[in-house]
Design a binder for this molecule. Structure first.
Ligand SMILES: *[C@@H]1O[C@H](CO)[C@@H](O)[C@H](O)[C@H]1NC(C)=O
Length: 148
């Protein structure tokens, strides 16, 4: 009896290490996705992020998503002037990016925050400033725009 107990503990420890190893490689597997692939894994198009996004954090449970762009990034999408400022944060779920912070669009000379993007089949619906919804065809976002 006295001899078998330490063996059991060793075995338990072995399995604990083995499980932690699996968890670790699983987490590493998630990290190997690019920020753009993360968008796609939630059925959102890559064009929601500009080119040059480096690194990101994602909590798969809460959906909290955070990315940085190289520097302040101005660009034009679908005829609108947009500015991305690091860090860009939001909560991602299937077909939706909500609670967005760090993305502004210029409408009639006023800069307004883009707060939510929702995919409705082939349309993307942007909530701007909490009071305007604007729809665009998803094909406008098939590729990532370049910052100027
Ligand atoms: C973004 O930049 C901030 C400030 O430099 C840094 O604290 C944060 O870790 C960066 N996030 C990512 C995802 O790289």
């Amino acid at each position: 009896m006295a001899l078998t107990k330490p063996k059991r503990d060793t075995l338990d420890l072995f399995f604990l290490c083995f499980s932690l190893g699996l968890l670790f490689s699983f987490a590493k597997g998630n990290n190997r996705l690019s920020a753009y692939q993360v968008l796609q894994s939630y059925n959102l198009p890559v064009g929601l992020l500009p080119n040059g996004v480096f690194g990101y954090t994602l909590d798969r449970y809460s959906g909290r998503f955070s990315v940085n762009v190289t520097s302040n990034c101005n660009l034009h999408v679908a005829g609108y002037e947009i500015v991305y400022s690091s860090p860009i944060t939001g909560v991602i779920s299937q077909n939706n990016l909500g609670n967005i912070d760090g993305v502004k669009v210029k409408i009639a000379f006023i800069w307004l925050n883009i707060l939510n993007v929702n995919r409705n089949q082939d349309q993307l619906v942007f909530n701007i400033g909490g009071f305007v919804d604007k729809s665009f065809p998803i094909s406008d976002f098939y590729s990532s725009p370049n910052c100027r």
